[in-house]
Unconditional design. Structure first.
Length: 281
């Protein structure tokens, strides 16, 4: 099964993970900018990190293991409370968004749903709307439903195109709201704070696979970079057809991310490989 994982924090993973992911069918990953475990004090620390995920990670680690690595650039919601720092970071993002590996803005969103977080979210939605790029949005761990509904309202106020936006980390209580509003719905299989492959499988059965994006969000905490292939295997064993699973783990993420010309240029030939006729012996 060919797989794209649209949310992986490979900055915090080992090269062994890259190799195992490749063996399990993952051919491309997207690394959203995120909180690295402690709050940064200077904009330059963010810029060094953006440089890592947009240049060093794809060239020096991913490519050597046969993995296509893309990223999204953003001021993450967990560090957005410091409004002065957040705006300094946002002002410096364009240099990194111009990189060939940067396919959009993310992850933006809400953490504690504060006024400052909402301002930073709205400002980055505005930036994404002007650039017309894909967006990855983090929904909060706590007050999940209320936080998701607030994100949807801010997105509507900012007049972003819902087809360009992945509202991520949905659960059973939020996914219908996300889909009904016309957005892509990320389902993250991550221990404790999000969901399991079984719950993801059941959500797809109940709510359908259209505009659903399965991902691992693997990072430096207890997490598993193989949850997407595990979910794919579970679905094949429990009533889903191979075409349905392929649509979910390969075609859906491709169609969302190919809204970025930079992603499409690299991945379209890879995506269309299956369409090529097999040469006769």
């Amino acid at each position: 099964m060919r797989i794209i994982d649209p949310h992986c924090h490979m900055y915090s993973r080992t090269v062994d993970d890259y190799e195992m992911m490749g063996l399990c069918g993952i051919e491309a990953v997207v690394e959203p900018s995120f909180w690295i475990g402690n709050d940064r004090q200077h904009a330059g620390s963010f810029f060094d990190y953006f440089n890592h995920i947009s240049e060093w990670e794809p060239k020096m680690r991913a490519a050597k293991r046969g993995m296509h690595h893309f990223c999204t650039i953003a001021m993450n919601p967990k560090e957005a409370e410091n409004l002065t720092l957040a705006r300094e970071v946002i002002a410096g993002m364009q240099t990194f968004l111009d990189r060939t590996t940067a396919v959009g803005i993310g992850e933006i969103g809400l953490n504690n749903v504060t006024p400052n977080e909402e301002k930073v979210l709205a400002e980055q939605f505005e930036m994404a709307r002007k650039l017309d790029v894909p967006v990855i949005v983090h929904t909060p761990h706590n007050s999940k439903l209320a936080g998701t509904l607030r994100i949807l309202a801010i997105a509507k106020d900012c007049k972003v195109n819902p087809q360009r936006v992945n509202i991520d980390h949905n659960t059973e209580e939020t996914i219908r709201h996300t889909l009904d509003a016309g957005f892509w719905a990320g389902v993250t299989m991550y221990p404790r704070t999000k969901c399991t492959p079984q719950r993801a499988r059941d959500m797809v059965e109940k709510f359908g696979a259209e505009r659903v994006l399965l991902n691992s969000a693997c990072d430096w905490e207890t997490s598993d970079p193989l949850t997407v292939p595990k979910a794919a295997k579970l679905m094949l064993m429990t009533g889903f057809s191979r075409a349905q699973v392929r649509g979910l783990v390969w075609e859906n993420p491709y169609n969302f991310l190919a809204q970025s010309p930079k992603f499409k240029q690299v991945m379209e030939p890879v995506f269309k490989e299956d369409e090529q006729p097999v040469a006769s012996a």
